[in-house]
Design a protein around this ligand. Sequence first.
Ligand code: PMV
Length: 359
Amino acid sequence: MIGGRATGPLSERKATCRAGSNIAFIKYWGVAGDFEDLNIPLNNSISMTLADAHTTTTVAWDDSGCLQEDTVAIDGVELVGPSAERTVAHLDRLRAIAGVSYRARVVSNNNFPMASGIASSASGFAALTVAGAAALGLHLDATRLSAVARQGSGSASRSLFGGFVEWERGWGGESEAKRGESESNSLLDSRSVARQLHSEDHWALRDVIAIVSTGAKRVSSSSGHRLAATSPLNAARTGCVGAWLETVRRAIAERDLCLLGPILELDALAMHGVMMTSTPSLLYWQPGTLEVLQAVRTWREDEGVPVYFTIDAGPNVHLICEAEAAAEVERRVGALPAVGRVLTSGPGTGPELLDGHLI
Ligand code: PMV
């Protein structure tokens, strides 16, 4: 019961949470049309929660009524207008669950550069959900918190758990009428939530992240999900994902990188195929992206280096290998002209409430 720990005296209504980001092995790309606002995905996804890429967030609810509006600061920058809206909408969800109207101050810090291609929305919305709920004294288990986090950012549902995690699609094939039956409870509806497959100790995998560009992306993943259905390749990808999920579950259970790796690359390329062929077309790759992909294939095929790639909604490349190969992979990728910086993380725990606060 993450939300039940260390809420402090109720009058304070302040809590701080640290949550890890995650890297998906089978991707979440596309939301079900009838449920866009709830982030119900087209397919299940599987990820590894990251130990060394995390967000720490303090939420302080003002029950005195003095605060007129929510304030949000990320990495020392106060967000104004539309950039704060997504956070405020998430605070609205927590207010609705608790039945209160308090405004909040939110301060959040990432330990990685936000434009690095590590999903800050996953760790950010997981930390916001856990801290915000704890500070309101809401006693929600990790499954319910996963359902709430999902509505802020789909991939955040997976960051509610440590280690290796699967997010179940849940609501995919149901109609609007069916949804209506549970409308009143949809904020806490736990049909589309993540669950832990294995803990962080199960397999010492590494995500070696090759940063080829730090520019902000033109189209956010939250807008991109709404375009997936316009791609002629989307149905082909979602038709294959069931079999790929099975292989990935087995590969993780058996700690078999040779089984995991080809599917990892296949789904990353399939997702980018969908992105590139949607209307409008999303082309997240930069020349450096392709340089890294070609290098990974050459190292593996010509020299036997056990490493595979995956890519999220951006140009940076995540190189997945076992701990023993990580130093060699870091050295090789860091020497590529296109790569500006390399960050490495292993599997991490689920969110933790902290005693110290940022405000
Ligand atoms: O949670 P979002 O809306 O930022 O979507 C994340 C999408 C990908 O990172 C591209 C894939 C994934 O499953 O994490």
